[in-house]
Design a protein around this ligand. Structure first.
Ligand SMILES: Nc1ncnc2c1ncn2[C@@H]1O[C@H](COP(=O)(O)OP(=O)(O)OP(=O)(O)O)[C@@H](O)[C@H]1O
Ligand code: SF4
Ligand SMILES: [Mg+2]
Length: 322
């Protein structure tokens, strides 16, 4: 059943168009990955869903959570949804945790506001949540301030806060990028385990295809403010059709080769993502694409149903001639 439906969303900040025609949906309890290079618009997409866009943002289109339209929703109603039905985990927990408040109290506050729990009951539940996310001495650790915890522990606190009120969906924006690789894997496992335990959908944002492929059942690739390809994880990693997705796969496989010490030249994607507001007319991947033609000066349309691609000359299509 569809939980979140984003349709034809365009977003501009100060008149600069940063997200173009964003459309996707997430089903109840589904795990969707959103990947793309820095500046492709991943965080803005999540902030648009959370209603946390910067000043001077204008949004058009529709974002529906079950039957509720979120575009244009007033702040009073939005703040009731945040934490309760939609929760977000940010890349750097120090920016979202209150440095002056003990972590047990911070988690408890979410429960007091949204669930109406008393102070002692919310604190007890916060301590139980800390235990669930892997703190070995939760009663003691609940009294810690954020700066007394490691990066991995802080991110566990964020996960505890995110799931505290059993939200319908958690948006996790690069939740492990600041952590070392072993802690990264533990935190991602915990996130996947807890969201499925709570029947909660997950949108995992990352620039790392391998991270997303390990956790998500469906992946969307974003480039230049638009989704260029969307498919199941297996389909996308084995039969990518968009030239940009194929280049991303080649670079991550190149890294695997490095691990196997059988490497030659590490593959790279030539050029850089255009600056916001300086996208070329037509397809935003023009100038970096090996399959570009005159037709690409016109914006490509999305084709496919379960496997969607936004490209005039995708790999595997009949126009490829191979
Ligand atoms: N507050 C803002 N004002 C103006 N432009 C912004 C603002 N926030 C983001 N942008 C621009 O919007 C584009 C998309 O930014 P966004 O943060 O969504 O990228 P991202 O895909 O999350 O990148 P990263 O992987 O680096 O986190 C970028 O070009 C960025 O410079
Ligand atoms: S539309 Fe054209 S430029 Fe864009 S990705 Fe497809 S082939 Fe490349
Ligand atoms: Mg980001």
């Amino acid at each position: 059943m569809t939980l979140l439906e984003v349709r034809n969303v365009h977003l501009a900040i100060g008149g600069v168009e940063l997200i173009r025609d964003l459309s996707f949906s997430i089903d109840t309890a589904q795990r969707l990955g959103l990947i793309g290079e820095s500046g492709s618009g991943k965080s803005l997409a999540a902030l648009a869903i959370m209603g946390l866009l910067p000043y001077r943002s204008t949004v058009s289109g529709s974002i529906r959570l079950s039957d509720q339209e979120l575009v244009g929703l007033d702040e009073r109603r939005y703040s009731k949804l945040r934490g309760d039905r939609i929760a977000m985990i940010f890349q750097e927990p120090m920016t979202s945790l209150n440095p002056l408040m003990r972590i047990g109290k911070q988690i408890g506050e979410v429960l007091r506001i949204h669930e109406g729990l008393s102070r002692p009951a919310s604190y007890a539940q916060a301590t139980a949540l800390l235990e669930r996310v892997g703190f070995d001495q939760p009663a003691q650790q609940a009294r810690a301030f954020p700066h007394q915890l490691s990066g991995g522990q802080r991110q566990r606190v964020m996960i505890a806060m995110a799931i505290a009120c059993n939200p319908d969906i958690v948006l996790a924006d690069e939740p492990t990028t600041a952590l070392d690789v072993t802690v990264q894997a533990q935190v991602l496992d915990l996130l996947a385990e807890l969201t499925s335990e709570h029947g909660c959908a997950l949108m995992l944002i990352s620039h790392d295809l391998a991270v997303v492929a390990n956790v998500c059942d469906h992946i969307q690739v974003m480039y230049g403010g638009a989704i260029v390809e969307s498919a199941t994880t297996s389909e996308l990693t084995h039969f990518a059709e968009h030239p940009y997705t194929r280049a991303l796969l080649a670079t991550s496989r190149g890294l695997d080769d490095l691990d196997n010490e059988s490497f030659g030249q590490l593959p790279t994607i030539a050029g850089t993502v255009p600056q916001a507001g300086q996208f070329p007319p037509g397809c935003t991947y023009r100038g970096r694409c090996e399959r570009e033609s005159y037709q690409c000066q016109t914006p490509p349309v999305v084709t496919g149903t379960t496997h969607q691609v936004r490209c005039w000359h995708p790999y595997g299509s009949s126009s490829e001639g191979a």
